[in-house]
Design a protein. Sequence first.
Length: 276
Amino acid sequence: MKKNQLPLAWTWPTVACVALLVLSGCAARSGGGVAGGNNGGSRDLVTASDESDASKRARIRYELAMGYFEEGKTTVALDELKQVLLLVPNSVDAWILRGLIYMRMDEKVFAEDSFRRAQALQPGNGLVAHNYGWLLCQQKRYGEAVAQFQRAAATGYAGAARSYMNMGICQVEAGQKAQAEESFRRSVEMEPTNPISGYNLALIMYQRGNYEQARFYIRRINNGDYANAETLWLGVRVEHALQNRVAEQQLASQLRSRFAASNEASLLDRGAFDEQ
């Protein structure tokens, strides 16, 4: 693992597909639905009979597109989604999914066009800004990416903790470690079980020589369900720096037994505590 590289190998429900998506980073439903709209000032509840034939067809095709996308059938998903947008061209959810599909296809121009259109339709939508930010980060447009993540978090939407997480990732890549630390800290405050933010915050603390704080964050991960070779190795290095040999050996034993073939286990066997 290269210095400052982020561990993205967790099996963890990301806000995206982010990526990502790990990362990332993405989510495809904004909560408004494909048919969109509301019942204005109507005093009646909206029921199935109120849905127009066009809206019903759009909803069904959107669900098919989402299913195909999740199965990795990107081209088929795009074909279905094109039909959705012919029926409901102002669907924010459909434009978000279009952006995610084109991101997966590495068609960045079309992906950006999708997120721009979604943002024009609904400027205060946190999911649009979050996914747009991740696209910009992938293109190393870090300043623009951070602005989008800040915009997403400011909306107060449910995924704000992961917007701060992705913001921190972009800031690390941009060499802005102090800003990244603050972003990861805010992410962990909002979502204490977030292993990516927790790991990277611990790593920054370790690299700065703040070993006690690093121990606090890395222990929380290693004592939970998301421990992996990277987190155990960082835990070993932290305890080594603190000269806590008992804890160091306990973590080392876990690393060797659970991830014997990993690069981190090899580093441990060589005693290469200063290598990443």
